[in-house]
Design a protein around this ligand. Structure first.
Ligand SMILES: NC(=O)c1ccc[n+]([C@@H]2O[C@H](COP(=O)([O-])OP(=O)(O)OC[C@H]3O[C@@H](n4cnc5c(N)ncnc54)[C@H](O)[C@@H]3O)[C@@H](O)[C@H]2O)c1
Length: 360
């Protein structure tokens, strides 16, 4: 029987989840809730969801197996905690939580209750990153030596209608986009052992040039350019730059360098390719066909995987241990710069298993 999902938070990202979870055979969206009830009602009519409830009612409904938490990052901890306390499996949008101790508490609580906790991103389960993983696991580039990752832009105040949160506690480029890159790296190379790096806030104020807040200024509370070094448990050395301070660049999203070749990994904020490999024996980069399932926008795939694993009792891939590790790395990137040292990590999740080469 399909797992019944109750969704809390019916904003911008919700339509793609509602579309996909309604279409997968293993999931069905049973109810929606939002603190703004009109949003839940309009999404329910758009996607034929049978029930619109208050948050408390949804958490108490015995019909709901999984709570999908699509609220804003500030509310992730509270909603997830209440869902677990109500005996529901829970899947959060990223990040798992903002505060490090709150993330730890959620994973502990899920374990104590024997419930599943999952977290976005699930883009890493898509065809692009899974193709890269297969190439690494098959030894096509030899032993991984190093990885470089870049997420750099000039911030979101030129297009986002309400961009202040990007520059407040819990914001910044690492917390905003780090989860996509770090989760991809963990799936490709396994866990990180220690972190160091430097961070700065280049502009103390940001001028909003989008509507409707055009002309207003934002006080910047967090670093907006971080250059972070990651020592992986397998010995590979990584470097990731996350920035809201860069006008333009010509770097790849992610490149993995191995003893026998190099791999150019697609945008981890998407599900598809392109994937390129440069073999030591080759003359140039070769494009590798991305022929695995889930190359299109499959947000919700991590929820499906969790629903199926809750039945079969194998560990789901977009799981709380990985999300907690990502949260620790993101904090460590800031702590390392503040304290001028390497931060040894306390979490070390198992590398998630590869996706099968067929639909779940
Ligand atoms: N928008 C995107 O493109 C995008 C992409 C990837 C991930 N995300 C992530 O998805 C999450 C949601 O982003 P969004 O863009 O949909 O935000 P949004 O502001 O458009 O929607 C969030 C919704 O949650 C509701 N909400 C907030 N707190 C609540 C609470 N305590 N109880 C009940 N409802 C509450 C709000 O009323 C709103 O409708 C964030 O974690 C974000 O990082 C967004």
């Amino acid at each position: 029987m399909a797992s019944r999902v109750g969704v809390i938070g019916c904003g911008n990202i919700s339509p793609i989840y509602l579309k996909n979870l309604g279409a997968f055979a293993g999931t069905e969206v049973w109810a929606l809730a939002d603190q703004d009830r009109t949003r839940a009602e309009s999404r329910a009519s758009e996607f034929n969801v049978p029930h619109v409830l208050e948050v408390d009612q949804l958490l108490a409904a015995p019909e709901v197996d999984i709570v999908l938490n699509l609220t804003i990052p500030n509310a992730h901890y509270e909603i997830a905690k209440r869902a677990l306390e109500a005996g529901k499996h829970v899947y959060n949008e990223k990040p798992l939580a903002i505060a490090w101790d709150e993330g730890q508490e959620l994973v502990r609580l899920a374990t104590k209750k024997g419930l599943r906790i999952g977290c976005a991103p699930d883009t890493v389960l898509g065809a692009g990153i899974q193709t890269c993983r297969e190439l690494i696991d098959d030894g096509v580039i030899g032993d991984p030596v190093a990885v470089q990752a870049f997420m750099m832009c000039r911030g979101h105040e030129s297009w986002h209608p309400d961009p202040a949160f990007y520059y407040q506690k819990g914001g910044g480029p690492m917390f905003d986009m780090g989860p996509y890159y770090l989760t991809a790296l963990i799936n490709l190379l396994g866990p990180v052992r220690r972190v160091t790096g430097s961070a700065r806030a280049t502009f103390p104020r940001r001028l909003i040039t989008s509507q409707p807040k055009h002309g207003q200024e934002i006080e910047v509370e967090v670093p907006t350019h971080l250059s972070t070094v990651l020592d992986f448990a397998n010995g590979a050395i990584g470097q990731i730059t996350t920035s809201f301070d860069v006008v333009a660049h010509s770097m790849s999203h992610i490149e993995v360098y191995g003893s026998e070749g190099s791999l150019r990994v697609p945008d981890p904020n998407g599900f598809g390719g392109p994937v390129f490999v440069r073999r030591m024996s080759g003359q140039d980069w070769e494009e590798v066909a991305v022929v695995r399932p889930y190359a299109e926008n499959s947000r919700g795939l991590g929820v499906l995987d969790m629903a199926l694993s809750a039945e079969a009792l194998h560990n789901h891939r977009a799981n709380g241990d990985v999300a907690l590790h990502v949260l620790e790395i993101m904090h460590a990137a800031h702590w390392a710069s503040e304290q001028g040292r390497h931060i040894e990590l306390t979490t070390s999740p198992a590398r998630p298993s590869p996706m099968p080469n067929h639909e779940l």
